[in-house]
Design a protein around this ligand. Structure first.
Ligand SMILES: NC(=O)C1=CN([C@@H]2O[C@H](COP(=O)(O)OP(=O)(O)OC[C@H]3O[C@@H](n4cnc5c(N)ncnc54)[C@H](OP(=O)(O)O)[C@@H]3O)[C@@H](O)[C@H]2O)C=CC1
Ligand SMILES: N[C@@H](C=O)C(=O)O
Length: 262
């Protein structure tokens, strides 16, 4: 058993989550890996155990299922070896908003928002009590691009960004580090799972490149990490513009432009 905190990773059966599992294992962390596809989780766990020697537990869970979600919450609440939560599981789908099925939207919200929130909420009391711990939430650059045309998916990722920044504000002073990771298009199964034609996809970042960059942000204790954004001053300017607006929200009279009808 490692002296380092164990890491619970959702959506570890493929793509970004499986790569997080690989990198944390190579750093010597024991893992708890979560997803629906137990065969893939078992295969990953077996490979990483033999290559790195870390201990790995597998939890098969469908995060849209209340009972399964409760199992993962309980593990985060009760297992004091777990010091890092990687909220990574997620899905997207294409198609025009007015044609999307309500059941698909509900599934997207359950995995991309409710599970992220519930798992962060389950682990936070313990992290706050011990004054340490880290929560990594995988959002998306799409959260900053309503013009992308994936409105529901982007809205769930805007939730993840807001949640992460809010939790960093609330929990940071109590010793808990919260990181939002905002990848842009990354080469994983998410695209074909969402029904995209592989031959039509643009060039994308390799998943190892994305996760390794996210780890640099993690090690620097960065609040928001955007691996593909080369000019970091753009994000800083975006945050500065937001902060510049804040005093205006305290006005008790409406802005002059709303004082006339025309
Ligand atoms: N690839 C990209 O271009 C980008 C991805 N992201 C985000 O990265 C995260 C990881 O996605 P990525 O690796 O790309 O995609 P993948 O499709 O490769 O991985 C998604 C993971 O989520 C798991 N998952 C999906 N639904 C459920 C569910 N109901 N219950 C439990 N686990 C579930 C899947 O496991 P299983 O099927 O076994 O349950 C899988 O392990 C997502 O949050 C995604 O939104 C953000 C920006 C860009
Ligand atoms: N997964 C992608 C969109 O579908 C993204 O977040 O870029």
């Amino acid at each position: 058993m490692s002296d380092l905190p164990a890491v619970l990773i959702t959506g570890a059966s493929s793509g970004i989550g499986a790569t997080y599992a690989d990198r944390f294992a190579r750093r010597g962390h024991d893992l708890v890996i979560v997803a629906r596809d137990k065969a893939r989780l078992d295969a990953l766990a077996e490979r990483l155990r033999s290559e790195t020697g870390v201990a790995i537990d597998v939890i098969q869970a469908d995060l849209t299922d209340g009972a399964d979600l409760a199992v993962v919450e309980a593990r985060l609440r009760d297992d004091d070896r777990i010091g890092v939560l990687v909220n990574n599981a997620g899905l997207s789908f294409a198609g025009r908003f007015e044609k999307q099925a309500a059941s698909d939207i509900a599934q997207l919200l359950a995995v991309n928002t409710t599970a992220v929130l519930r798992l962060a909420h389950a682990v936070s009391p313990r992290f706050v009590e011990t004054g340490q711990g880290a929560i990594i939430n995988v959002g998306s650059a799409v959260s900053l691009i309503p013009e992308f045309g994936q409105t529901v998916y982007g809205a769930t990722k805007a939730f993840v960004l807001y949640l992460s920044q809010g939790l960093a504000f609330e929990l940071g002073p109590k010793g808990v580090y919260v990181q939002a990771v905002l990848p842009a298009a990354t080469c994983t199964e998410i695209w074909t799972r969402a029904g995209a034609d592989r031959s039509q996809l643009p060039p994308m970042m390799e998943v190892g490149e994305m996760v390794d960059a996210a780890f640099v942000g993690f090690d620097r204790r960065e609040g928001v990490t955007i691996p593909p954004l080369h000019d970091a001053s753009h994000w800083d300017a975006f945050q500065a513009a937001r902060h510049q607006m804040l005093p205006g929200f305290g006005q008790t009279t409406a802005a002059p432009r709303y004082k006339t009808a025309s």
